[in-house]
Design a protein around this ligand. Structure first.
Ligand code: AMP
Length: 337
């Protein structure tokens, strides 16, 4: 049987999971498990690069893991980054093969520096934020991943990972690291239902995201109050709010309902209340399944946590092997030599 290609992806433990995260990233993780060997990290070292609360970090990590498991990510594919400290060791080694200038030019560094200033009101920007893409390169290369599912905003970081791998290979005179490729998948960009001109996100405030695990009433209320016509839509084109509701319906897999409502729209006979009803029903259906699964998992938290620790330990073996080989190649000491 042909060996499956390996996919690596990671997500930061930043609290609740909304439908933007689910349709834009997590659902893709679940689907990729069919055709690839998947390694998925909950990256808590990364979560320290922006202002954060130490007391909440561990809680957020477990919360995210339970959420991921409830949505269908397999336990054996998951690891917690800080249980694999080799990521930071490889990051240090990679720092020495990374151009400082290239890091300062990263779009996300500029954007996040700005966010951090706005959030805290001071000028403190951690060196960790600058170094973030180097740790990301270590996350990817430590597992010798063939593919990384990326959105457009991450392409620059993946390019940096390839540059680092190339510079490393040149240094050691060997094609040790295979250059990772991007894996493009069509994923919807979900907009805020309260303001369809901005993307669904937690940073914009509570009304701008719909929590995947929220109770039915809240989801229905948020969809019912979705903005449909903001008054700035050119004659004859679909407003951003209506387009977003259609997109949510499609992402939920309700193709037949989507087609029927789209036909109404094209015949100028669409009632927004019907569209909202369809979207609310679809989101509630997904949410109910996930909430039930999460409750089952939470009924025996201890076992689930043990499973995650075991899968992290198993995945760590790959990382340890890579770091050992890397240390040999760059001239560092290994205890076993
Ligand atoms: P974040 O917590 O914002 O870093 O997002 C985690 C993942 O969810 C990333 O892969 C994002 O691309 C994805 N994501 C976040 N918000 C949205 C959105 N509104 N629409 C689609 N994907 C999103």
């Amino acid at each position: 049987m042909e060996q499956k290609k390996r996919v690596l992806s990671a997500i930061q433990p930043t609290g609740e999971m909304h439908f933007g995260n689910y349709f834009g990233a997590v659902k893709n993780w679940v689907d990729l498990q069919q055709d690839y060997e998947c390694v998925y990290g909950v990256v808590d070292y990364h979560a320290m690069t922006m202002p954060y609360q130490s007391k909440k970090l561990r809680e957020n990590v477990w919360e995210l893991l339970f959420n991921l498991l409830a949505t269908g990510v397999k336990v054996e594919n998951l690891f917690i980054q800080s249980l694999v400290p080799e990521h930071t060791e490889l990051c240090w080694i990679f720092n020495c093969f990374t151009s400082y200038g290239q890091l300062t030019r990263m779009t996300q560094f500029k954007d996040k520096s700005q966010d951090s200033r706005e959030k805290t009101g001071d000028d403190f920007i951690s060196a960790g934020l600058l170094d973030y893409p180097v740790l990301q390169a270590a996350d990817i290369l430590i597992y010798k991943a063939d593919f990384v599912p990326v959105g457009k905003d991450q392409e620059q970081h993946l390019e940096l990972s390839r540059n680092i791998a190339q510079r490393f290979n040149n240094q050691v005179g060997k094609e040790y690291f295979v250059l990772p490729k991007s894996l493009y998948t069509e994923v919807p960009k979900v907009q805020s239902t309260a303001d369809p001109s901005r993307k669904m996100s937690k940073s914009a405030g509570e009304k701008h995201y719909i929590n995947v695990f929220a109770d039915e009433n809240r989801i229905r209320k948020q969809v019912r109050s979705a903005v449909t016509d903001a008054g700035d839509t050119p004659e004859g084109s679909m407003s951003a709010g209506v387009a977003n509701l259609f997109s949510l319906l499609k992402a939920s897999g309700k193709q037949a309902a989507y087609d029927a409502l789209m036909q109404d729209y094209e015949a100028n006979a669409l009632k927004y209340v019907d569209l909202k009803q369809g979207v609310a029903d679809a989101l509630v259906e997904i949410s109910t399944t996930f909430r039930n699964r999460k409750a089952e998992l939470q009924a025996d938290k201890k076992t689930v946590k043990e499973q995650i620790k075991a899968s992290s330990a198993e995945i760590r073996k790959i990382a340890q092997e890579t770091v050992k080989e890397v240390k040999d190649l760059v001239g560092l000491m290994n205890v076993r030599f």
